[in-house]
Design a protein around this ligand. Structure first.
Ligand code: AMP
Length: 210
């Protein structure tokens, strides 16, 4: 199974990718998570990516393509994977093609910009283990504290309202055209976001026939 998840930032791709990864027994590859770890560890890639991420811009294609090539070469990817947050540009999608990666399905989770803005304002993340929460939809047991490691939760810098607006602009300009790219290849599946994680998972499973 080689599955690409598309959708606006905050559509729930990461959450659903994790659920799908467990269900299908293949790894989830999130370029956002890989980049955040690189920023935290101050690696050369992290140092290069930080300013783009903080302002809601896309990290240059060649950086992303390098990260993906490296990650996909690891042994756990032999049976397939779920790509969360990549490709985000036509150039990245073409790089998958030329790299011999045959995407089977691109699934897009559709959601309005207004809902994204409302949602992102409640998103919280653990600065230690990276676990994500939502003050309304997925609250931790104790408000403001990570269930897994007990650290105080933070707001991702790129979830600040002005940055979210820029990320949505970038999404519509750069990433949304991928829907046509995959539709033209007969690979696009579209699901409408539902209220609640489980409800959205249900329609995704139905769309994928799993
Ligand atoms: P995400 O967690 O997927 O929303 O990604 C957070 C940020 O990382 C994005 O706003 C971009 O700055 C950067 N990023 C993640 N994946 C990509 C990608 N495939 N192409 C370019 N930039 C990316």
């Amino acid at each position: 199974m080689k599955l690409v998840l598309l959708g606006a930032p905050g559509a729930g791709k990461g959450t659903q990718a994790q659920i799908l990864s467990e269900k299908l027994g293949v790894p989830m590859i999130s370029t956002g998570n890989i980049l955040r770890a690189a920023v935290k560890n101050e690696t050369p890639v992290g140092l290069r990516a930080k300013a783009y991420m903080d302002s809601g811009e896309l990290v240059p294609d060649e950086v992303i393509i390098g990260i993906m090539r490296e990650r996909m070469a690891e042994p756990d990817c032999a049976g397939g994977y779920i790509l969360d947050g990549m490709p985000r540009t036509i150039t990245q999608a073409e790089a998958l093609d030329t790299g011999g990666v045959e995407v089977e399905t691109a699934l897009t989770i559709e959601i309005s910009d207004e809902e994204i803005i409302a949602r992102m304002s409640g998103r919280r993340v653990c600065p230690d283990c990276g676990e994500t929460y939502h003050t309304v939809y997925e609250p931790p047991d104790k408000p403001g504290v990570c269930d897994k490691c007990g650290r105080a939760l933070t707001i991702r810098r790129d979830d600040e309202p002005e940055t979210v607006k820029n990320r949505l602009k970038v999404y519509h300009a750069e990433t949304e055209p991928l829907k046509d790219f995959y539709a033209a290849r007969g690979k696009l599946l579209t699901v409408e976001n539902r209220d609640g994680i489980a409800e959205t998972t249900k329609i995704i499973f139905e769309a994928l026939g799993i």
